[in-house]
Ligand binder design. Structure first.
Ligand SMILES: *[C@@H]1O[C@H](CO)[C@@H](O)[C@H](O)[C@H]1NC(C)=O
Ligand SMILES: *[C@@H]1O[C@H](CO)[C@@H](O)[C@H](O)[C@H]1NC(C)=O
Ligand SMILES: *[C@@H]1O[C@H](CO)[C@@H](O)[C@H](O)[C@H]1NC(C)=O
Ligand SMILES: *[C@@H]1O[C@H](CO)[C@@H](O)[C@H](O)[C@H]1NC(C)=O
Ligand SMILES: *[C@@H]1O[C@H](CO)[C@@H](O)[C@H](O)[C@H]1NC(C)=O
Ligand SMILES: *[C@@H]1O[C@H](CO)[C@@H](O)[C@H](O)[C@H]1NC(C)=O
Ligand SMILES: *[C@@H]1O[C@H](CO)[C@@H](O)[C@H](O)[C@H]1NC(C)=O
Ligand SMILES: *[C@@H]1O[C@H](CO)[C@@H](O)[C@H](O)[C@H]1NC(C)=O
Length: 898
């Protein structure tokens, strides 16, 4: 099956093809695995679609603790008895009490056979684990959570094979482990086999091996899926459930033939017995950790029906299409072939996370993988693309190369996050994703990381991405991946690989030392660049920890002087010219460097193209020159830097490093700005300021000032023009996004024309809907502006509009449309309606969980709702208001752009 062939098939056909190939392969002996791998280019990418009409499964209270008690025969005997059996040399007396597994035993292979009963949601398993003993031990400690272990046997593979006598076996629920204590020690360098049989329930909790349900033709259908990351494989089978214990797995599933099953690997052998039970044995996996082992049992028989009547056909085509390109992209990029013979993307109604990157069987919430190409907006499409890109990246970084322990998880998450932008850029160059990285990720993380109690995960995510910016890491990625294939990685390994690669290129920089400064310290620096008045043609640099809250800086951090090694790109320029860039390493708190001649009208610009993870500040004279430059000839400065300057100036003012009028002066240039990115940066910053000011007396001073800067552009770009009967012609992506950004700004800050336009579109929809039953595709609201129009309509028009949207939300089947409508419902400032929405979402089956979360997030964003924001943000805002608000409004009342 060639890739070219694949691209034209819709998901149904591909799945069928895949089923065919299973049949063909069914009697394939083991040696075919290699043959199969060689044919690796022919990925059988299939999307197994599970369709949903809204559903929240009835919660079956499954009391596992009870089952646990029955089996658990915890060591209730006296302490003395136990000690007699323990290591007389006083080693590890009770190794199961530790939080990590003892390292004496290493699993090599798991042979797992499960019988799955969908009728009563239980399963039973037979498990064989091959172990290697590293250090002598009497105890086998492995993870098991809420499993009822029935039988246990241990065999030695030594010269005299045979069963080993078991002293006792018991579970220790506090650490979610199961312990087998032997009479005699296991010996180093020997291999052993454990046999276990166990039973458990298929839970309704979105973790471990769980069930999920959906309605089809008025009938509730069930599917059972796994979510093992980070520590839930132990809920499905006893195992060494830490990422470092990589082993091979052979999974065999037996279930009612009404269902189909999939796992990480394709089916090797399939047999149907007379009672209607189907057994699928899957190929043995490469070495892998337990957290991305996966299987699913679901019923696809309805799929054809749905496709036949055309309702849902093709919702998965888009993801299928990009997955094919992405597999090729990553193979070329990492120069490591995709190691498995197939990749399934499974869409399920509900999941703990948006998606999970199981090797060969990635599972997605349907919202993140199915889309209706007819009515989807570009931002929804982008969102979905990034999720697919992220998960497929994990097939390499995460699954092939795996972190040793969860505290290093940011290595895989960081890279995958970074690749969301790199690979999306490859798929859709027109989206300019690498630029969007700045406003969507960098500016967001700089914001979070500038708060005194910053969020460590986010900051680290970004810093991995930063590696690319400091050094060109393309040359080491290959080396790195090849070395760590099928193994685990840790931060120091990563840096060492990078250092070696850099050295080969003739640069001697200890990356570990540099990067530790960024990954192990919290926060980030602001570099201040200023002319040295006393020394001609010299520039002084200083660095300090950037914090929004100056008080925290003085009180919490006075004793810690954080310092970074900062690679600063610096350019000098004048009205018509920008110099080439020089790199300066700043490692001291302050330093002074001589540069070429700097005239009075020459400005300095640091952090070229915002490639570094820090902020840059300048002396006021330099800021004035930069603003002047933007007003007269903005494109001398790159679009990345224009966005960066906006983000820096708003943040520096907010934190008190700069006067408050500077950001207001800089936005005067926006009427000349034709690129999306700086507008995006500015609007993000303006909405934050808006939140601070929106209930103050003088708010209109601020909103009018902002509107003045926006209106010129708004009237020039106008709304997308649609003639009746014409489908929407999308302009280039960025022109589209710019128009959308400006329209949102205009509507949010109260432009009357914008409000009228949105309301008339909504009224028109209401009236055409009453007359005929036109689908929203045929109404004249452009897809990319639906969310703005709906939201503006709900917030400005009467209750009928809310009711109308509520009705539409319930009847719509397109997931993106549902999302827009649901968000719009939260735009109302009618507290009664908001309560009603919350109450309905909490009490009814109308909304699946994933949507419920969305409702809560959006209601929380609406200042009229009763939710308060994080305490710290509130406190920081209060401080800002106390110190700056008055002078801010004073300045605004007197100023305007010229
Ligand atoms: C075992 O010893 C510990 C501490 O030495 C004690 O707290 C515990 O009660 C003892 N358990 C039994 C069953 O004697
Ligand atoms: C569940 O159903 C299967 C097959 O119908 C049966 O063998 C098994 O005993 C049942 N398990 C429980 C816990 O009822
Ligand atoms: C094995 O035991 C030796 C000596 O007791 C110890 O130094 C070593 O760390 C142990 N190795 C493992 C993997 O536990
Ligand atoms: C200017 O440079 C001199 C010499 O390096 C240094 O002592 C002084 O602090 C610098 N002045 C400023 C304002 O940075
Ligand atoms: C700007 O700088 C360039 C190069 O340094 C120089 O050739 C040019 O004359 C300068 N222009 C002005 C207006 O100062
Ligand atoms: C940084 O400080 C060290 C020690 O104070 C000094 O030796 C070094 O020259 C300084 N580097 C720069 C670039 O000023
Ligand atoms: C900065 O980005 C622009 C594109 O916006 C590019 O032309 C330029 O080469 C970049 N500069 C550096 C130093 O990377
Ligand atoms: C919330 O919904 C429930 C059930 O639909 C209803 O009984 C209850 O009165 C509602 N509460 C409010 C405050 O609307």
């Amino acid at each position: 099956m060639g890739i070219e062939e694949l691209s034209v098939r819709n998901s149904r056909v591909v799945s069928d093809r895949w089923a065919d190939s299973v049949a063909v392969r069914s009697r394939a002996p083991e040696r075919h695995i290699t043959v199969h791998k060689r044919l690796i280019l022919a990925f059988s990418t299939s999307i197994l679609m599970l369709l949903v009409v809204t559903a929240i499964a009835v919660t079956l209270a499954v009391n596992f603790e009870k089952c646990g008690e029955n089996v658990a025969t915890p060591p209730t005997g006296s302490n003395r008895t136990r000690n007699r059996n323990d290591d007389p040399r006083g080693g590890d007396v009770q190794p199961w009490r530790r939080s990590r597994l003892p390292t004496a035993l290493w699993p090599r292979h798991y042979d797992l056979q499960l019988s799955i009963y969908m009728n009563n949601f239980t399963f039973s398993g037979e498990l064989n684990i091959e172990l290697e003993c590293v250090n002598a031990t009497k105890f086998i400690v492995l993870h098991a959570d809420r499993l009822r272990v029935d039988k246990v046997a241990v065999y030695s593979n030594a010269k005299k094979p045979g069963a080993m006598r078991i002293h006792r076996h018991f579970s220790y629920p506090q650490k979610q482990v199961y312990i087998i204590a032997l009479h005699r020690e296991m010996k180093p360098l020997r291999t052993y086999k454990i046999q276990l049989s166990f039973q458990a329930q298929i839970q309704n909790r979105l973790l471990g091996f769980f069930r999920t349900s959906y309605m089809l033709h008025g009938e509730r259908r069930y599917a059972a899926v796994t979510q093992f990351s980070p520590t839930h494989a132990r809920k499905a089978f006893p195992c060494f459930d830490e990422p470092v214990y990589k082993a091979t797995f052979r999974v065999t599933l037996t279930h009612d033939a009404f269902y189909r099953s999939v796992s990480n690997m394709p089916v090797e052998l399939s047999s149907l017995d007379r009672d209607g039970w189907l057994t699928n044995r899957f190929f043995r996996t490469p070495r892998m950790s337990t957290y991305y082992v996966s299987w699913a049992v679901c019923d696809f028989s309805y799929r054809e029906t749905m496709t036949h009547d055309g309702v849902m056909s093709g919702f998965g085509d888009y993801a299928l299409h990009i997955s094919k390109s992405l597999l090729n992209f990553y193979q070329d990029y990492f120069r490591v072939t995709y190691p498995l013979p197939k990749l399934d993307l499974l869409a399920v109604p509900k999941l703990q996370y948006a998606a999970m990157e199981n090797w060969g069987l990635s599972v997605f919430v349907e919202q993140k993988i199915l889309l209706d190409p007819e009515i989807v907006s570009s931002s929804y499409k982008m969102d979905l693309t990034m999720v697919v890109v992220h998960e497929i990246c994990h097939q390499w970084l995460g699954d092939l190369v795996t972190p040793v322990w969860w505290d290093e998880v940011w290595i895989k998450e960081g890279f995958a996050h970074y690749f969301e932008f790199v690979a999306s850029d490859f798929l859709f160059p027109g989206w300019k994703m690498k630029q969007r990285f700045l406003t969507d990720v960098l500016h967001e993380v700089l914001l979070l990381d500038g708060i005194a109690a910053s969020y460590p995960v986010s900051q680290e995510l970004l810093r991995v991405a930063d590696i690319h910016r400091v050094f060109d890491w393309i040359s080491y990625k290959k080396n790195y991946l090849v070395r760590h294939q099928y193994g685990n990685t840790a931060r120091d390994d990563l840096w060492n690989s990078f250092s070696q690669a850099v050295r080969r290129e003739g640069r001697d920089i200890n990356i570990k030392e540099v990067m530790d400064g960024w990954t192990l310290q919290m926060g980030y620096p602001v570099v201040t660049i200023s002319r040295n008045q006393s020394l001609e043609n010299s520039i002084s640099f200083s660095q300090e920890h950037f914090l929004y809250d100056m008080d925290a800086k003085i009180h919490q951090f006075s004793d810690k002087s954080l310092q970074w090694q900062i690679p600063l790109n610096l350019a000098v320029g004048n009205i018509s010219h920008i110099s080439s860039v020089s790199l300066i390493w700043i490692s001291n708190k302050t330093e002074t460097q001589r540069v070429g001649r700097i005239g009075e009208e020459t400005w300095l610009l640091g952090n070229i193209n915002q490639t570094g993870y820090f902020r840059v500040n300048y002396d006021l004279h330099n800021w004035r020159l930069l603003i002047q430059q933007l007003m007269i000839n903005p494109t001398i400065i790159s679009v990345e830097n224009r966005a960066g300057l906006l983000d820096d100036v708003f943040s520096l003012a907010r934190a008190g490093y700069l006067p408050q009028n500077l950001p207001m002066q800089i936005i005067c240039y926006l009427s000349k700005e034709d690129d999306f990115l700086p507008w995006h940066a500015a609007s993000r910053a303006l909405y934050q300021l808006d939140k601070l000011l929106d209930r103050t007396e003088d708010y209109s001073l601020f909103s009018n000032y902002v509107l003045q800067q926006v209106e010129l552009k708004y009237h020039k770009l106008d709304w997308p023009r649609v003639k009746a009967g014409d489908s929407f012609k999308q302009a280039t992506y960025h022109a589209d996004e710019l128009q959308r950004e400006v329209i949102i700004l205009a509507c949010s800050f109260g432009n009357k024309h914008c409000h009228r336009q949105a309301m008339s579109l909504v009224s028109e929809w209401l009236s055409t809907d009453k007359n005929s039953n036109l689908s929203p595709t045929l109404c004249r609201i452009p897809p990319s502006l639906r969310d703005v129009v709906y939201c503006t309509g709900v917030s400005l028009m009467d209750e009928d509009v809310w009711e109308f949207m509520w009705k539409k939300f319930q009847s719509s089947s397109a997931i993106s449309e549902k999302k827009d409508l649901l968000e719009a419902l939260t735009c109302s400032d009618n507290t009664f309606l908001l309560h009603r929405l919350l109450n309905t979402s909490l009490n009814s089956e109308l909304l699946p969980d994933q949507e419920l979360i969305d409702v809560l997030i959006h209601v929380a964003r609406n200042p009229h709702a009763l939710f308060s924001r994080a305490l710290e943000v509130v406190q920081a805002n209060v401080k800002w208001q106390q110190i700056y608000q008055e002078s801010f409004f004073q300045w605004l009342s007197k100023s305007s752009c010229v």
